[in-house]
Design a protein around this ligand. Structure first.
Ligand SMILES: C[S@@+](CC[C@H](N)C(=O)[O-])C[C@H]1O[C@@H](n2cnc3c(N)ncnc32)[C@H](O)[C@@H]1O
Length: 275
């Protein structure tokens, strides 16, 4: 094997189709350095790579080029300023989901001891972000025991007060909450975008022919699990806001509204249960 310098290995990876930033992050991972050390790569670009590091870099570059999310390769993803451990048992938390967390924090401002429920918690990203920011307890559910194992590991590592409950939506939930948040599956079964998401759990992604099956179920049953004046907030697809607002209004929610994601798309919708 030809021994490469840091720079040569990075250039070769980019020539094979990796983005520069991904190649750098993978190199730092292979070198066992933090992802904040990109300046090190520049300062040391003529260093010869250790054979083991070079092998590892080539192997993980191949995985990345095959479409595996960087977060599964490095084993973590930053969300709301926190570092979450992730693997193929859970969806990689997306920056757009911070919209849901920010909206939840707005609604919870000035409310003490609110019961909060995160449905379909996955890695625990939403529940843990809220619990850590507000120093409160959040109940987090998922149908997947694998996902709950990841979520409870993250809660422990990040010292967040999160109670994990295995449940299909509200099946095992007996309490009423002031806030129910959820980023449920919302992609249509035949959506062409799924091709790019094959590494992530399909149960975290798809929700029937129109992608609205799970949102419909949550909207239908949420009123039985909200206190008067409580809120339901849902993340949904880029083109689903009108339909989700209609579902909420039809079910009797008031103050039905949407929130924009980082790219200006209506990404979350919700309403207040006033009855
Ligand atoms: C889009 S992922 C969201 C994960 C996480 N909340 C996030 O924002 O990164 C949807 C989650 O819902 C869970 N899920 C799917 N069907 C469910 C059901 N019937 N009841 C509860 N959770 C479910 C999946 O296992 C997955 O973790």
């Amino acid at each position: 094997m030809t021994v490469l310098t840091v720079k040569e290995a990075l250039v070769a990876a980019q020539a094979c189709g990796l983005a520069r930033i991904d190649a750098q992050l993978l190199m730092l991972h292979a070198l066992n350095k933090p992802d904040t050390d990109r300046a090190w790569l520049v300062a040391h670009d003529q260093d010869l790579l250790d054979a083991k590091v070079q092998d590892e870099f080539q192997a993980i570059s191949l995985r990345s080029r095959a479409g595996e999310p960087l977060a599964y390769i490095t084993g973590y993803k930053e969300f709301f300023g926190l570092r979450f451990a992730v693997d193929k048992r859970v969806l990689v938390p997306r920056p757009d989901t911070e919209t849901l967390v920010n909206w939840a924090l707005d609604v919870l401002r000035g409310i003490n001891n609110a019961q909060i429920l995160d449905l379909g918690t996955g890695s625990g990203a939403v529940a843990i972000a809220i619990a850590n920011y507000l120093k409160c307890t959040v109940t987090a559910t998922d149908i997947s025991s694998d996902a709950l194992a990841v979520a409870s590991g993250n809660a422990l590592r990040l010292a967040a007060s999160v109670k994990c409950v295995q449940s299909s939506w509200f099946d095992n939930i007996e309490t009423r909450s002031y806030l129910i948040v959820s980023n449920p599956p919302y992609i249509a079964d035949a959506d062409p975008h799924l091709v790019a998401l094959v590494h992530e759990p399909i149960n975290a992604l798809t929700a029937g022919r129109d992608g609205l099956r799970d949102i419909q179920q949550i909207v239908e049953h949420a009123p039985d699990h909200l206190i008067a004046g409580g809120w339901l907030m849902l993340e949904h697809g880029y083109n689903q806001s009108t339909e989700v607002r209609e579902l909420l209004a039809k079910r009797g929610f008031s103050h039905v509204q949407s929130r924009l994601d980082l790219t200006g798309i209506e990404r979350c919708s919700g309403g207040q249960w006033a009855n």
